[in-house]
Design a protein around this ligand. Structure first.
Ligand SMILES: Cc1cc2nc3c(=O)[nH]c(=O)nc-3n(C[C@H](O)[C@H](O)[C@H](O)COP(=O)(O)O)c2cc1C
Length: 267
């Protein structure tokens, strides 16, 4: 998934730190508003927009950019750093603008950042050493959620029922994409058979069967939802169905038999 993170971090670079943590998780490109063109918006699948909070909203640079761009039907997430402990309605302006311009807002993130302006000068600054490593860890986790939400297969299972099976796995189709699996969904129409899912999976879920062109999630019942295959897949062809019942399945298998222990092979 091609992700572009647009960040305006004008005061101390606080929001840039958050943007970089997110970009690392998403393998995203980071640009400042001045570098962004219309063609960037159309060529990326997911867009992140962030800045420090300036006078109770995202800063002018980000707001003006969104006013100018065509973001209709684009998948977007927003983020900020701020001084105040509570976010309150600081994201309201940008959120309303995105809604007005028919963008699809997938989520929002904010954390505190160091501020040594106005009333905080007296105490030599507020939120010292923030964002810290914990804030950046949370930023990366948020980014991971955004990747899941924006994934082309995120709604596939809910939308299509399996009418056929392929190599013993349920097969769903929307006419263009043929997707196998229930826990580990693999889009055989998009898969480029690079084998990265096989190499990255510590549970040996994938097998390349003799008569199949692509690796298949034959042992998907052993999937522990670590997400390595999904992250590694360069074609967005693998998606882990992170449901509560799948979590329970792992818990029960873990306590009732040694199948997971036997399958696990740390690479
Ligand atoms: C001009 C200015 C206005 C600010 N206004 C607010 C505000 O209204 N609410 C708030 O919580 N923090 C406010 N802050 C603090 C910043 O949002 C905070 O320091 C942020 O982490 C800066 O991010 P940056 O370094 O990426 O620009 C303001 C800071 C500046 C410099």
């Amino acid at each position: 998934m091609k992700t572009l993170i647009i960040v305006s971090s004008t005061y101390l670079g606080n929001t840039m730190k958050v943007a970089k943590a997110m970009a690392q998780e998403l393998k995203a490109t980071v640009k400042c508003p001045k570098e962004v063109t219309e063609s960037d918006i159309s060529s990326y699948d997911l867009i992140g927009l962030g800045s420090g909070i300036n006078f109770a909203s995202h800063n002018k640079e980000i707001i003006s950019l969104v006013e100018e761009l065509d973001i209709a039907r684009k998948k977007i997430f927003i983020f900020s750093t701020r001084c105040r402990p509570i976010l309150g309605s600081y994201h309201k302006k940008l959120k309303s603008l995105i809604a007005q311009k028919d963008g699809i807002l997938l989520g929002e993130f904010s954390c505190v950042g160091f501020d040594r302006t106005g009333p905080w000068v007296g105490m030599n600054g507020y939120n010292k050493n923030r964002p810290n490593s914990n804030d950046l860890f949370k930023s990366a986790l948020f980014a991971l959620q955004m990747r899941k939400k924006a994934h082309p297969l995120s709604a596939f299972k809910k939308t299509y029922t399996p009418l056929l099976t392929y190599e013993g796995l349920p097969l769903r189709s929307d006419g263009i994409n043929e997707v196998v699996g229930n826990v580990v969904l693999l889009n055989t129409s998009r898969c480029i058979a690079c084998g990265k899912c096989m190499k990255s999976c510590p549970m040996n879920v994938f097998t390349l069967k003799d008569n199949a062109k692509t690796p298949l999630p034959v042992d998907e019942m052993n999937c522990i939802m670590c997400g390595k295959c999904e992250k590694e897949c360069p074609a967005d062809a693998v998606f882990i169905n992170e449901t509560f019942s799948n979590g329970l399945r792992i818990l029960f298998r873990e306590s009732s038999c040694d199948k997971l222990q036997k399958a696990y092979w740390y690479k």
